[in-house]
Write a protein of this length. Structure first.
Length: 376
């Protein structure tokens, strides 16, 4: 198995898994149904293509039948891709009308494939394009897929113009991948005709005769194009997941860095702890969103604790304020309050950031927390 075929199989299965998860969440989305069926067809066709290429019997099916199943499913996938872009770009009634119209050439191509497979003599290698039935089979399949992928690529580039950045990149990547498939199909058709006319290299051990033009199309355009197409379709969701993972890691890191400050304030003001927590503590710890919940709670509780202790820190504003200086004053203020002395003054701003926004506030609290930990 070549690296290209292996990459095709891995990416196809990964893309199908992701799409099935999305389909469960949005079962009424017509474009999602179209693209899921298309990727499912690409995934299902994969093992049949491998078996047909080895000219082996699979589940009692002759090799040519496996080839027929593979390409018959691939044509359905191409038609579903066209439908995906139609339902994404047009209103549902117009998209349904155009999709129904495209079923006619699909049906014609499928009938031709069945006839070509039926007239192919038994025992003939499924890639031996010197045989008329095999040559007709591949010319029909390549012509339909070339036209279909070309139309889908045009809709992909057109839809990318008004999309957001990650979707735009994904559509353009998928469009480039489908364009590479079109180029491959345009190379395959003359290659098949040349082999049928006997203008190919000598037959190999598997009974097939190869041409350099066909090998170039498969190696440099078809397999890379399929992989790029699948990556392009999954790119927007992958980009969002990576961004979400970055936010998750940032919140987890800030949550831990706020630990020293939160600990001393929580010990002094345990009543300020936010009481609304999930019913299951372990579920919250294992939940992906639990990190965000704990992060925001800790930020709020740290700020509430500083407001409560701030009357004891009123004189700190009369000195050059640094995080190290404030950490020392905070420890003294906590000891003073624990001794039972009355509150000397009203609450004052403490550890306020120069910029606005939650991120700036958290950075200020983290700096104070680090200084407090260092002072120990």
């Amino acid at each position: 198995m070549s690296a290209g075929l292996l990459a095709y199989g891995i990416v196809a299965v990964a893309a199908l898994t992701w799409l099935l998860i999305r389909l469960v969440r949005s079962p009424r989305s017509a474009p999602l149904w179209c693209v899921t069926i298309a990727v499912a067809c690409l995934t299902i066709a994969y093992p049949f293509g491998l078996i047909a290429g080895e000219n082996e019997v699979f589940l009692g099916l002759p090799p040519m039948v496996s080839r027929l199943i593979q390409h018959g499913i691939l044509l359905v996938a191409v038609n579903c891709l066209i439908s995906f872009f139609l339902f994404s770009a047009l209103d549902q009634r117009e998209a349904l009308r155009k999709t129904t119209r495209y079923l006619i050439p699909l049906g014609v191509a499928e009938v031709v494939l069945i006839i070509a497979a039926a007239i192919t003599p038994a025992g003939v290698a499924t890639n031996d394009h010197r045989v008329t039935g095999v040559a007709l089979f591949f010319v029909t399949a390549d012509a339909y897929m070339g036209l279909g992928f070309g139309l889908a690529a045009r809709w992909a580039f057109r839809s990318a113009k008004g999309a957001e950045r990650s979707v735009r990149r994904g559509l353009r990547m998928a469009g480039v991948g489908m364009s590479m498939i079109v180029v491959a199909d345009c190379l395959f058709i003359p290659a098949v005709v040349l082999r049928w006319l006997g203008m190919a290299a000598a037959p190999g051990a598997d009974g097939t005769a190869q041409t350099s033009i066909g090998s170039i199309g498969a190696m440099f355009f078809l397999l890379p194009g399929i992989v790029l197409f699948l990556i392009g379709f999954t790119y927007p969701a992958a980009a969002r997941k990576l961004a979400a993972a970055g936010v998750w890691l940032h919140h987890r890191r800030m949550y831990r860095r706020l630990g020293p400050l939160w600990t001393v304030l929580h010990q002094e003001f345990p009543e300020d702890a936010l009481s609304r927590v999930p019913a299951s503590r372990w579920r919250d710890l294992l939940s992906v969103t639990g990190v965000h919940r704990r992060y925001y709670r800790r930020v709020i509780e740290c700020r509430d604790g500083l407001v409560r202790i701030s009357p004891y820190l009123a004189d700190v504003r009369e000195q050059p304020v640094t995080h190290e200086n404030l950490a020392g004053k905070l420890k003294e203020a906590l000891r003073e309050r624990s001794s039972g002395d009355p509150v000397p003054k009203q609450a004052v701003p403490v550890a306020m950031p120069e910029a606005e926004g939650l991120d700036a506030d958290v950075r200020e609290l983290v700096a104070l927390s680090r200084a407090l930990q260092a002072s120990r």
